[in-house]
Ligand binder design. Structure first.
Ligand code: PNW
Length: 436
């Protein structure tokens, strides 16, 4: 098989049309209406208007030369209110998207949950409530049964750490709650939802791959002091091992359980849950943005930073992929997101000479190459993002796209990085193509 080259997006960040064709509100619609929650009062109501411009966007993907497009399904579009039968008008959009992609030789790669929980399910308790896991599994099969005949790869969740921590502990993402023990319950129910959905999809007997995507980084101690090393262990526990240990080894790490107990939080594990959660995965999606350097006092950020204030740490990408390969052997990986926001300056023609983004992406592709040479089983690389889009709590300020979106006109203008990416993919394919 040849290495996959792709780009990624998510539903709420690009689609707009939030009330079209029977879609009901998600927690992000509600959060965006909460005063002060999102920068500039921005909302996903219009976003990139992708819901209406989908065919021209797919044509643009074909011009980019990617072989894979990773997108997510809006739960409240296909199952309004998170309950009951599929909404035919909602699923029809994804049906057309899949056909359009296949017609252009691009593999659709579906993420079932990229943060847009139907509001009614949050009202009933959200992810801290166990029933949400069962609701998610029900929704997953509705989508799977309609699209699995044409979609080869299925990702259950995108970055459950962000859902739990940003959504329920820090309150900086929807639903904006600040309750650490609730966030820890959310972690377990997200993983349970993954396990239930994966099991049901697997049971359909289709020839597809099933996986999950995590945001991962290699935490590093600022100094060799015991306090900094302990801060690093704890961050790695919550960020990496709390997810990968149950998924791969079928148990939560003892030190993490103890740390959580010290903070008054408990993972609400019931008999049989860990067996479901640790069912075999075909692929692990790795979203890599940066490495955290930790001291006892918190995170230390030095050196060059992106427009998000994130450190630029491509070496960490290789280290991370090698470490996952070592600690969780036998798990094929795909980098399902990597990219950066910079202060893009557009010319009069809208063109952006984003040499900083080109350098960022090139350094990370080189890190993937290095990790592969050293033996990590990495099977694809997807840039975040195809288009500039709604960057959650930051609104439309940060631009991650390879393609600029001029929001007032919705014009798409490929940036220098889009041209660079197309040429890079081509040279890898024409040179000595990566295979696995
Ligand atoms: C990811 N962090 O989120 C998401 O999957 C995307 O939807 C998002 O647009 C993209 O990264 C860029 O932010 C993350 O602080 C948010 O480490 C925050 C972090 C990592 C990933």
């Amino acid at each position: 098989m040849s290495f996959r080259w792709g780009v990624a997006t998510s539903a709420y960040q690009i689609e707009g049309s939030t009330t079209a064709d029977g879609r009901t509100p998600s927690i992000w619609d509600t959060f965006c209406r909460t005063p002060g929650a999102v920068a500039n009062g921005d909302t996903g109501e219009a976003a990139c208007d992708h819901y209406r411009r989908m065919p021209e966007d797919v044509a643009l993907l074909a011009e980019l030369g990617v072989d894979t497009y990773r997108f997510s399904i809006s739960w409240p579009r296909v199952q309004p209110r998170g309950l009951g039968p599929v909404n035919p008008r909602g699923i029809a959009f994804y049906d057309r998207l899949v056909d359009e992609l296949l017609a252009r030789g691009i593999d659709p790669w579906i993420t079932l949950y990229h943060w847009d929980l139907p509001q009614e399910l949050e009202d009933a308790g959200g992810w801290p409530h166990r029933d949400t896991a069962y609701r998610f599994a029900d929704y997953a099969t509705l989508v799977f049964d309609r699209l699995a005949d044409r979609v080869p790869v299925w990702t259950t969740l995108n970055e459950p750490w962000c859902t739990a921590v940003y959504g329920y502990a820090d309150g900086i993402h929807a639903p904006g709650r600040r309750d650490f023990p609730a966030a820890v319950r959310a972690v377990h129910h997200l993983l349970l939802g993954h396990g239930l959905a994966a099991g049901l999809m697997r049971g359909r007997g289709r020839d597809v791959q099933i996986g999950i995507t995590l945001n991962l980084g290699q935490a590093r101690p600022a100094t060799d002091s015991p306090a900094d090393r302990d801060a690093t262990r704890r961050a790695d526990g919550l960020g990496v091992r709390m997810f990968l240990d149950p998924l791969v080894h079928g148990r939560y790490p003892d030190d993490v359980v103890a740390d959580l107990a010290g903070r008054g939080a408990v993972l609400p594990v019931r008999e049989g849950d860990l067996e479901l959660i640790s069912a075999p995965l075909d692929v692990l999606g790795v979203n890599y943005y940066f490495d955290a350097t930790l001291s006892a006092g918190g995170e230390v950020r030095t050196g060059p930073l992106t427009g998000m204030g994130w450190p630029i740490t491509p070496e960490g990408c290789a280290d991370l992929l090698l470490r996952i390969g070592r600690d969780y052997p036998g798990l094929p990986m795909v980098v399902t997101e990597n990219g950066a926001a910079f202060d893009d300056v557009a010319g009069d023609d809208g063109f952006v000479h984003d040499e900083d983004r080109v350098a960022f992406l090139a350094a990370h592709v080189a890190a993937v190459r290095l990790a592969r040479e050293k033996g990590a089983d990495v099977r694809g690389y997807f840039a975040w993002s195809f288009l500039d889009n709604f960057e959650w709590g930051h609104g439309y300020g940060p631009r991650f796209g390879l393609v600029r979106v001029d929001y007032p006109t919705q014009r798409r203008i490929p940036k220098q990085s889009a041209i660079w990416y197309r040429e890079t993919i081509k040279s890898y394919r024409d040179g000595s193509p990566w295979t696995y």
